[in-house]
Design a protein around this ligand. Structure first.
Ligand SMILES: *Cc1c(COP(=O)(O)O)cnc(C)c1O
Length: 360
C-alpha cells in the first residue's frame, strides 16, 4: 500500500503515543505536578485550564482593564480573538511580514495599545527586543501565547514565556504541546487572587478527547480506500469529534486529569527549538494541493487559510483587510508542512511545492 502523509487527524501521534493517550489514567496529583512544573519553569503562579483560549482570557482579564486595546498578530487563530472578546477587550490587528509571519514592526511602531499578544507564528520567534521597546514606549504589557512555540528561544537566548506579564499555553490539537485539549496560564507579574477552575470536565468532552487519536488513525487508514474524509465528516456530524475551533472557552472548567499527566510528560522532554511547521507561499494553491494529494500528501487545514481562521468564523471577526494586506495575501498563498515528518518523507512533496513557490 502506498504511504500517505497527513497534516491533521492526529498524524503527529505515533502508535505508542496513541495507546498511551487512550489508556492513560490521571489523578489529582498529576494536575498538581503540572502546576508545580509550570510555576517553576515560567516563574509565576500557574492555573491549569480546559484549553488555550480560556488561559489567554484569564491572562488578559487579570492584567488589563475592561475595554483595553490589545494588539494581535493579523494572522492568527479564532481562539485568540475569542479570548480578547471574552475578556471584554478590543482586538487591534497588526499586519504581518512574509519572512516569519510575525508583526510588521513598522506598522507596530505606529500603533497605540494597552497590551500586545506575542504569538511567535508557527514557532518563529518575534524580535522580542523590538517588541519590548515598543511596549516600554507605549506603557503597554506583553502577554506571550505559546500555542505554536513552547520551548523555542528568542534571538537573545531567553526562552519564550519568560518575558511577558503572563504566559498562556495550549495543549490543543497540533499545538507544540498536544494532548488534544487543555491549557495553562502563568501569571508572572500581578498574581490575582483567584481560585483554580472548579467545574469537572464534561463526560462528552472527555470521551471525544480520549478517542480522537484513535479516530484519527482510523480515518487515515480509510483514506487508502478514499473514505477517510467521509468518515471524519460522519464523526463530526455525530459529535464524536469536535473541530478545534468549537472547543468552548470556559475559564472555570478543569482539564481532564489524564491530559494534565500527558502534558507534563511532553513539557519535561520538550526540546522544540525550531518551528512546528515550515511554510511556503505558492502561486495557485489549489493546483499544488491537487498535485500533493496525487502524490499521497493530505495537507489541508493550513495555519492559516484566512487571516483569522478557520474560515467559518472569519466573517464574525470583522477583520480589517484594508489595514492588513500582507496577512490577506499570505492566507491565500500559504502552505505549511509539519516538521514531525523527516526530510526524506517530505522530499517528493517539497519538489512539487518548490515548482510553485513565490517566496519563503
Ligand atoms: C490554537 C491556538 C490558541 C489556543 O487554542 P485552544 O484551542 O483554545 O487550546 C491560541 N493561540 C494560537 C495562536 C493558536 O493557534
Amino acid at each position: 500500500m502506498k504511504k500517505l502523509y497527513f497534516l491533521g487527524a492526529a498524524a503527529n501521534y505515533s502508535r505508542k503515543q496513541r495507546l498511551a493517550h487512550t489508556f492513560a489514567i490521571g489523578t489529582k496529583n498529576d494536575v498538581e505536578d503540572l502546576k508545580d512544573f509550570l510555576r517553576k519553569k515560567y516563574d509565576g503562579r500557574a492555573i491549569i485550564t480546559k484549553n488555550g483560549r480560556s488561559a489567554l482570557a484569564l491572562a488578559l482579564k487579570h492584567n488589563f482593564e475592561k475595554g483595553s486595546r490589545i494588539i494581535v498578530n493579523g494572522f492568527t487563530c479564532y481562539a485568540v480573538y475569542e479570548a480578547i472578546k471574552a475578556a471584554g477587550m478590543e482586538p487591534v490587528f497588526v499586519d504581518i511580514n512574509k519572512e516569519d509571519l510575525n508583526f510588521d514592526l513598522n506598522v507596530l511602531k505606529n500603533t497605540k495599545a494597552d497590551g500586545i499578544i506575542v504569538q511567535n507564528s508557527l514557532g518563529n520567534p518575534v524580535d522580542i527586543v523590538a517588541i519590548e521597546k515598543w511596549a516600554k514606549e507605549n506603557n503597554a504589557k506583553i502577554v506571550e501565547d505559546l500555542a505554536h512555540c513552547a520551548g523555542a528561544k528568542y534571538a537573545d537566548g531567553r526562552e519564550v514565556g519568560t518575558v511577558g506579564v503572563a504566559t498562556a499555553l495550549s495543549f490543543g490539537k497540533d499545538k507544540s504541546i498536544d494532548t488534544i485539549s487543555g491549557g495553562a496560564v502563568i501569571f508572572r507579574d500581578k498574581i490575582p487572587k483567584i481560585a483554580d477552575p472548579r467545574l469537572r470536565p464534561r463526560l462528552s468532552d472527555h470521551l471525544r478527547e480520549r478517542f480522537y487519536p484513535m479516530f484519527g488513525a482510523m480515518s487515515r487508514g480509510l483514506t487508502h480506500i478514499h473514505l477517510g474524509g467521509a468518515f471524519m465528516k460522519f464523526l463530526v456530524a455525530t459529535h464524536q469529534v469536535q473541530r478545534s475551533a468549537d472547543n468552548r472557552l470556559e475559564t472555570n472548567r478543569k482539564i481532564s486529569k489524564f491530559e494534565a499527566k500527558l502534558a507534563l510528560r511532553q513539557l519535561e522532554t520538550l526540546e522544540n527549538e525550531g518551528p512546528i511547521r515550515n511554510f511556503f507561499l505558492v502561486k495557485d494553491r489549489e493546483e499544488v494541493l491537487k498535485k500533493l494529494r496525487e502524490a499521497g500528501y493530505y495537507f489541508n487545514g493550513f495555519w492559516y487559510e484566512k487571516p483569522v481562521s478557520p474560515a467559518r468564523y472569519y466573517e464574525k471577526v470583522g477583520f480589517p483587510e484594508e489595514s492588513c494586506p500582507v496577512a490577506v495575501e499570505v492566507a491565500q498563498k500559504i502552505i505549511n508542512v509539519p516538521t514531525f515528518y523527516t526530510e526524506e518523507q517530505l522530499a517528493p512533496a517539497l519538489k512539487i511545492i518548490n515548482k510553485y513557490v513565490e517566496k519563503n
